[in-house]
Design a binder for this molecule. Structure first.
Ligand SMILES: [Zn+2]
Length: 203
């Protein structure tokens, strides 16, 4: 998970102003919002999230079968934030992690107050909450971080394995600067690279 800065596009503000009841969960399927949703998904993903799922940091496309606009605080519990731009992130659609895991029937989030227990990537810096190991594991630095990792399943085996493989590859590139690493590898798993690459250089 990485920190994002939100910058509400004018076309979204305009579309929102045409919705008579913006603070009910059905506002999301209002025709004014429906018609801009694909554009919004692409803009959030590319302009604010470097093409990455905000939670697992996998590189994703904005196609509807691959990614979705996730209401960080779900519309079912916090309907007043249905059209709150600060509450809209792009997540991957992978089953058993990220938004699909957070909003599943097994989710431990049952009330509005439960959202205080998750790291919010807009109002908080996730880097303050997580440490990363060469093994690919994300280590929580607090109970809130632990709950967040579990809620999004950020130590899902496939993510764990991919981060391990990346760390193994980066060991052979320790002569490069961090900028050169991103030029060559892209931004996938940026928080992991930011955290472990300086440590790899010290080995
Ligand atoms: Zn994801």
């Amino acid at each position: 998970m990485f920190q994002i800065t939100k910058d509400e596009p004018k076309y979204f503000t305009l579309a929102k102003s045409k919705v008579k009841l913006p603070k009910v969960k059905d506002a999301w399927s209002n025709k004014n919002i429906n018609s801009i949703r694909a554009r919004l998904r692409e803009d959030i993903l590319l302009r604010e999230q470097k093409g990455l799922c905000v939670y697992c940091e996998k590189k994703i496309s904005s196609k509807a079968n691959v990614s979705n606009i996730d209401h960080f605080e779900t519309r079912d519990l916090v309907s007043e934030k249905t059209l709150d731009y600060q509450n809209l992130f792009v997540s991957c659609n992978v089953q058993h992690r990220c938004s699909s895991f957070k909003d599943s029937k097994k989710s431990p989030l049952k009330t509005k107050d439960d959202y205080c227990n998750i790291v919010n990537p807009v109002s908080e810096n996730p880097n303050d909450f997580f440490d990363y190991l060469f093994s690919g594991e994300i280590v929580p630095l607090s109970d809130k971080a632990k709950f967040t990792i579990a809620l999004f399943n950020l130590n899902h085996q496939s993510l764990y394995d991919e981060r391990k493989l990346l760390a193994d590859t980066l060991k052979y590139c320790s002569n490069l600067t961090l900028d050169e690493i991103y030029e060559n590898f892209g931004y996938e798993f940026e928080s992991f690279i930011n955290n472990v690459y300086p440590k790899l250089k010290e080995l």
